[in-house]
Design a protein around this ligand. Structure first.
Ligand code: FES
Length: 89
């Protein structure tokens, strides 16, 4: 596959933040932008953060909320640098 095609394909895929409940970055950003001002409210509205893993995506959602509150912008890549799927060690 041409690397340009691969990049275009990756950009068109929604970035998933909550893998347990299949919640995308765009859905969480939409909830925050439309007035969800606490983690609990975001969890209620999107179902992110309350999945079977126990909430491994919660730090990422918190980072998105804090960034929006402080700057009015969302981080381009909100997952922490040390993010590991399901927090396996
Ligand atoms: S990844 Fe969000 S609750 Fe598990």
């Amino acid at each position: 596959m041409d690397p340009a095609d691969k990049n275009a394909k990756q950009k068109s895929k929604p970035r998933m933040i909550c893998l347990c409940n299949g919640v995308s970055q765009a859905k969480i950003e939409g909830a925050i932008a439309s007035g969800c001002k606490s983690l609990g409210r975001i969890f209620d509205v999107t179902t992110a953060g309350v999945g079977a893993c126990g909430g491994s995506c919660q730090p990422t959602i918190k980072k998105m909320l804090e960034s929006f509150e402080q700057t009015g912008q969302f981080p381009e890549n909100p997952k922490p640098k040390n993010f590991r799927r399901n927090n396996r060690r």
